[in-house]
Design a protein around this ligand. Structure first.
Ligand SMILES: Cc1ncc(C[n+]2csc(CCOP(=O)(O)OP(=O)(O)O)c2C)c(N)n1
Ligand code: SF4
Length: 249
């Protein structure tokens, strides 16, 4: 009899994603669901979805979810984790969500060492609202609010949130990965697992920043969007472990 070697993860509902073809959110949802299943924590995990293209994540994950207003993920997750410390709590946030409107609560949650996990999806633009400049838009990158490219003098430099959070006291594990190739997808899954394990060990704040293609707003084919991550985005946002107090490989 044929052996089944690939199937829908247990904690993803049998629903069709609304994401555009080539969007990284679909891959990242799958990786998070696989990790939850492999760690055996589906019955005690609570996810906090964002405002942004992933606003309907609660329609896809078959776990408890509590929606946060734009940027408020770290604050909502902090409240849930403090009331229910035995649960595994994660936020799922875009770069506009976490690095613009949610900067303050994110920095303070990290600094306090809140035992939450942040899945930070960096696609370099405000995807859902039509591709405006985000804090993570790189210099020269076109967006609907920076036609002709982001300009240092006018718009400032891109914000490296992970490096910022890497120096605050309560951060236990922060890594930047990408989902533009098979190899990077494998690394991203490993990082997501380590971030959840960091929380389970009670070590403090954990976050994985994931460079993720948005072919629609970048006006590129899915293949070219993946290439652009390797050729351009990683020169500003290098893939690396930024903080690791776990003592584990
Ligand atoms: C308080 C508040 N301000 C603004 C908005 C409008 N808004 C909804 S989604 C979004 C941008 C989302 O971009 P990002 O967080 O990068 O996620 P993406 O859609 O790219 O995944 C904005 C500005 C809102 N919903 N609430
Ligand atoms: S607009 Fe971009 S981030 Fe949003 S679903 Fe489409 S490809 Fe994904």
């Amino acid at each position: 009899m044929a052996k089944r070697i690939f199937q829908r993860p247990k904690y993803l509902k049998d629903a069709v994603f609304h994401y555009c073809p080539g969007c990284g959110h679909s891959i990242i949802h799958r990786l998070v669901a696989e990790v939850i299943e492999e760690l055996g924590i589906g019955e005690k995990t609570i996810g906090v979805p964002p405002a942004g293209c992933a606003v309907l994540a609660y329609d896809y994950f078959d776990i408890d979810m509590a929606e946060a207003a734009h940027g408020r993920g770290a604050a909502v997750a902090t409240g849930i984790k403090r009331v229910l410390p035995d649960r595994i709590v994660f936020t799922y946030q875009g770069d506009g969500d976490i690095a613009a409107i949610g900067t303050a609560e994110t920095i303070h949650a990290a600094n306090r060492g809140e035992k939450i996990t942040v899945i930070f999806v960096n696609n370099g633009v405000y995807g859902m609202t039509g591709g405006q400049m985000a804090p993570t838009t790189i210099l020269g990158q076109n967006s609907t609010t920076t036609p002709g490219g982001r300009d240092m003098n006018r718009d400032g430099a891109p914000l490296n949130l992970s490096e910022m959070l890497g120096i605050v006291n309560g951060s236990a594990y922060i890594e930047r990965t990408a989902v533009n190739s098979y190899k990077n997808i494998r690394r991203t899954k490993k990082a997501i697992k380590k971030a959840f394990e960091t929380q389970m060990a009670g070590l403090g704040f954990s976050m994985v920043e994931i460079l993720s293609p948005c072919p629609t707003n970048w006006k590129k084919s899915p293949v070219d969007a993946c290439k652009w991550i390797d050729e351009v985005a990683t020169s500003v946002f290098p893939l690396k472990v930024i903080r690791d107090k776990t003592g584990k490989k």
